[in-house]
Design a protein around this ligand. Structure first.
Ligand SMILES: [Zn+2]
Length: 135
C-alpha cells in the first residue's frame, strides 16, 4: 500500500507540474435534442456525449430513463426517449450526472472511472487518486 501511495504522489506531482499553467476546466458536453411529436424526444449526439465523459451509454441511458420516468432506447448514435422532454431538462440531468458520476470532487478533473470495490460502486480519480462511493 505504501508503494501505491508513493506512486500516486509521484503521478500527482508530475501532473501538477505539467498542467499547472493550463488551468483548463472540464466543460460538460451539450446534448443535441430533437422533440418529435407528442411522445418522443431524441438525443442526437448521445453516444458522442458518452464518449466525451467516458461513461457507458447503458449507464447514462438508465439514469435518464429513471430521471424522466419514461422508457428509452439506444439507437446507434442516438437515444430515443418515449416521452416529450424539454432540452433544458435533459441538460440539467446530464449536468447532474457528470457532477455526480464523472467529476472528481477532490481535484475537479473528469479523469475518473467507476470501479466496484467490495460490492460498492466507487468513483476513482486517475489524476489524484481520490475515491468516493457513488449510488
Ligand atoms: Zn481527483
Amino acid at each position: 500500500m505504501e508503494n501505491y501511495d508513493k506512486m500516486l504522489e509521484n503521478i500527482y506531482s508530475k501532473l501538477q507540474s505539467s498542467k499547472s499553467t493550463s488551468g483548463e476546466r472540464f466543460e460538460i458536453p451539450q446534448f443535441e435534442v430533437l422533440i418529435e411529436g407528442k411522445n418522443k424526444t431524441i438525443i442526437k449526439n448521445f453516444r458522442k456525449v458518452c464518449d466525451t465523459i467516458r461513461r457507458d451509454p447503458v449507464m447514462l441511458s438508465k439514469n435518464i430513463s429513471k430521471e424522466v420516468g419514461a422508457p428509452v432506447d439506444i439507437d446507434n448514435e442516438r437515444l430515443i426517449i418515449h416521452r416529450k422532454v424539454f432540452p433544458i431538462v435533459l441538460q440539467k440531468k446530464l449536468d447532474f450526472f457528470v457532477n455526480e458520476f464523472v467529476i472528481c470532487k477532490q481535484c475537479g478533473k473528469p479523469d475518473t472511472n467507476i470501479a466496484t470495490v467490495e460490492r460498492t460502486k466507487m468513483l476513482v480519480c486517475e489524476s489524484c487518486g481520490a475515491r468516493r462511493p457513488v449510488r
